[in-house]
Write a protein that binds this ligand. Structure first.
Ligand SMILES: C[S@@+](CC[C@H](N)C(=O)[O-])C[C@H]1O[C@@H](n2cnc3c(N)ncnc32)[C@H](O)[C@@H]1O
Length: 342
């Protein structure tokens, strides 16, 4: 029986760890080969992209960001824009009776093509439109992904809900705003796009290691009364936001004092993953039943999977790990969403 191929993406620096993770968990893996800077083809006996996406969400696996079924691979010398769109018809028909698709063009690494990403999108979109498709950038049930790599063009077709991300290669783009007080804000913003929390059910948040206040600003923006704990200063603009209170102390002291009850506790402190995880277990005394918690695990580059294993074992003593991923805005760290077990 022919094997199945999926195109998968991860942070460029994380390819070796992503491969280790995939090798560990994909039982029917045949091979995983890097094709671009942050892209790889996973060949499995029977697992499809949908199977891989399920596995990623269930375990959870931390490093894959986007996955799609490969419908064709073209050597770059034969990867003209007309040619690469050719095989998508049959694949789309296999998934849907509809004629609406999101088209995602993705250039992975230094590519030898003369056209830009914009040109490629316009051209491929025109071809698909001529064939009767309604083409958009995002929002359709089906995504056609064309990934141009240094040596090949890889064409994928998949249901967006089975692709881990609705962005080309999982490369979400967020723009800086004048109100932003820290780059760390992007991490939380990206997380809430990838894993939206039920904000209507949440009233009070605790931000451990909050300064200068980026995460606090985002939480306050979602209507949460937010207690920001940090010995360092908060940006004055954040202090002025409705519902924000600054507790100028350490996380340990605040938790020991035992004041307040929260629906969401977040932690972006720079500490080892095992310490951060233990602190999140200590923080449970202030978390309401079924409340959520978010922590970043700063793994660095060494023994990454071992650190993640250890942290997940600690966190599992008190929480369900409902989401874990190395997001685009995480550098050498992963973001984990937890739900208090009760
Ligand atoms: C990466 S910054 C947080 C950035 C923040 N999430 C934002 O969006 O602006 C980490 C912060 O943790 C604080 N921190 C480190 N250890 C801490 C501790 N034990 N208790 C409280 N805050 C701590 C530092 O003072 C620093 O402001």
């Amino acid at each position: 029986m022919a094997s199945r191929k999926s195109l998968i993406s991860m942070a460029a620096d994380s390819f070796p760890i992503a491969k280790e993770e995939i090798t560990r968990y994909v039982d029917d893996l045949v091979a995983m080969r890097r094709v671009g800077e942050e892209s790889a083809v996973v060949e499995a006996e029977t697992s499809t992209a949908k199977d891989l996406a399920r596995l990623v969400n269930r375990v959870p696996l931390v490093f894959p960001r986007h996955v799609t079924d490969v419908v064709a691979e073209f050597d770059h010398a034969h990867a003209g824009l007309d040619t690469v769109v050719e095989p998508v018809d049959a694949a789309i028909r296999g998934l849907t009776g509809g004629k609406e698709v999101s088209l995602q063009i993705w250039l992975s690494g230094k590519v030898p093509y003369k056209f830009s990403r914009h040109d490629a999108w316009e051209h491929a979109s025109r071809i698909l439109t001529d064939r009767g498709y309604q083409v958009n950038r995002t929002g359709s049930e089906i995504a056609v992904s064309i990934c141009f790599t240094p040596k090949a063009a890889i064409v994928g077709v998949n249901r967006v809900k089975d692709s881990l991300s609705s962005w080309p290669g999982g490369e979400i783009r967020l723009s800086k705003t004048p109100e932003q007080v820290s780059r760390a804000e992007f991490k939380l913003e990206e997380l809430f796009k990838a894993y939206p929390l039920p904000f209507d059910d949440l009233a009070a948040a605790l931000d451990l290691g909050a300064a200068p206040g980026g995460w606090t600003r985002i939480l306050a923006g979602h209507g949460l009364r937010t207690t920001a704990v940090d010995p360092a200063d908060l940006d004055p603009r954040v202090l002025r936001l409705r519902g924000v209170v600054h507790e100028r102390t350490t996380a340990g002291n605040f938790l020991r004092a035992g004041r307040g009850r929260f629906d969401l506790i977040v932690n972006d402190m720079k500490m080892s993953p095992d310490r951060s995880s233990r602190l999140m277990i200590d923080a449970m005394t202030l978390l309401n039943p079924f409340g959520f918690a978010i922590t970043t695990l700063k793994t660095g580059n060494h023994h990454v999977l071992a650190q993640i294993d250890e942290s997940f074992a600690i966190l599992s003593e008190g929480y369900d790990i409902v989401f874990a991923r190395q997001l685009r805005h995480n550098r050498n760290e992963v973001t984990v969403v937890l739900r208090r077990l009760d």
